[in-house]
Design a protein around this ligand. Structure first.
Ligand SMILES: *Cc1c(COP(=O)(O)O)cnc(C)c1O
Length: 398
């Protein structure tokens, strides 16, 4: 076999797989409603697209500096200072082909075989494979719905061993929508400071927080924490720019240099036109972000209200992002009346896809078997219709 052992150890992204199945059902004429989408349903703001057109027409179509052109690095530095009160120099930031690529480069640049990376569950689907592909081991730290799925200092402490190298935090979280408060981050920071570990802070949903609440990064807790933290962010979610592929990181210069080296030998620079668009996004008007977050909040509120009205379903109101993460374990072991029994979240999602024509992502993909993730990156009418269908299909279970 040509396929490497390393690749055999990794599964393809389950969220993309569900979406692919929904798309193929749709292509064969079935009207599927998808709650599976992991991207904003809004268009990239016009002024950003216009800058891309200017870049292309002006011949800005060649290689740039590997880690991003100086102008986008400066826009990122300005953003991190303006929004997060964090100061970086050009050698401490870099741009990659999306936040996911940043995380991949970061794992490659920091991890050795045998190293352990603490990942709180429920987690974003790509964290464990990214760690495994770097030859290291994910250590999953369980959290509870009653504690809003947040990692406690004790649970963190319990996972730390002499081999622990990184902790991955994601606030606001995909899939739970949980947002850490400053004091919660300070409590985690105290544990981090006592041990020789670094933090990867995935802040991709920074701007999508409900109720105009402030965002806090663990890097802001102290100067000591800042030097131990890699602040990971990107344009995909904030500016509805998932297809453009621009992500960035701020952190220790030796690691940034390592990541740049990997990028120089793999993808080279991120797309030159997208970088120019990215500068316009970071430096330009931000009102589109507010409109988007207000729509997500309204939809999430409706979605969570409807979910909690279903017998046996329990869902927290997310503090941000655009997902609701609901406990459906009440329906496990139910009789589908088609000769099968609901075995768990994957099986329930499969039932709901065939019976209700609704695409959902099972909690098993996020390390939380009892749950199902709902994306509200779709309009209110569609959300309403999807929930009507789910209620009917669940009503048939005995
Ligand atoms: C979407 C997402 C990312 C990165 O997305 P990119 O499009 O690669 O920038 C990173 N982390 C989480 C938790 C996400 O949901």
């Amino acid at each position: 076999m040509l396929v490497s052992e390393r690749i055999k150890a990794v599964k393809p992204s389950p969220t993309l797989a569900i979406n692919a199945k929904a798309v193929s059902m749709r292509e064969s004429g079935v009207d599927v409603i998808s709650f599976g989408v992991g991207e904003p349903d809004f268009d990239t703001p016009k002024h950003i697209c216009q800058e891309a057109v200017r870049a292309m027409e002006g011949g800005f179509t060649r290689y740039t500096a590997v880690g991003g052109m100086p102008e986008i690095k400066d826009a990122i530095i300005k953003k991190l200072r303006r929004d997060n009160n964090l100061s970086y120099e050009r050698e401490e930031v870099m741009v990659s082909c999306g936040g996911k690529h940043v995380l991949y480069n970061l794992a490659q640049a920091t991890l050795n075989p045998g190293d352990e990376v603490i990942i709180p569950a429920p987690y974003w689907v790509s964290y464990p494979p990214i760690v495994v592909l770097a030859g290291a081991s994910p250590v999953i730290a369980e959290t509870r719905q009653s504690q809003d799925f947040k990692l406690s200092p004790d649970a963190l402490e319990a996972c730390i061993t002499p081999r622990t190298k990184l902790l991955i935090l994601n606030s606001p979280s995909n899939p739970t929508g949980s947002v850490y408060t400053r004091s919660e981050l300070e409590a985690l920071a105290e544990v981090v400071e006592r041990h020789d570990i670094s933090v990867v802070s995935d802040e991709i949903y920074e701007k999508l927080i409900f109720g105009c609440k402030p965002f806090h990064s663990i890097a802001q807790v102290s100067e000591g924490l800042k030097s131990k933290t890699f602040v990971v962010n990107g344009l995909s979610k904030t500016y509805a720019m998932t297809g453009w592929r621009i992500g960035y990181v701020g952190g220790a210069r030796e690691v940034i240099a390592g990541m740049t080296k990997i990028q120089s030998q793999s993808t080279s620079n991120p797309n030159s036109i997208a970088q120019r668009a990215g500068i316009a996004a970071l430096n330009g008007p931000q009102d589109s972000v507010l409109e988007m977050v207000q729509a997500f909040e309204q939809r999430c509120k409706y979605l969570v209200k409807r979910l909690n009205a279903i017998p046996g379903v329990d869902c927290n109101m997310p503090g941000g992002a655009f997902y609701a993460f609901a406990d459906f374990n009440h329906y496990f072991k139910a009789d589908r009346q088609d000769g099968k029994i609901v075995e768990g979240s994957s099986n329930l999602c499969e039932y709901l896809l065939t019976e209700a024509r609704v695409a959902l992502v099972p909690g098993s993909a996020f390390g939380a078997e009892d749950f199902i993730r709902f994306s509200c990156a779709t309009n209110l009418e569609t959300i309403e219709e999807g929930l009507n269908r789910i209620e009917v299909a669940l009503g048939k279970l005995v």
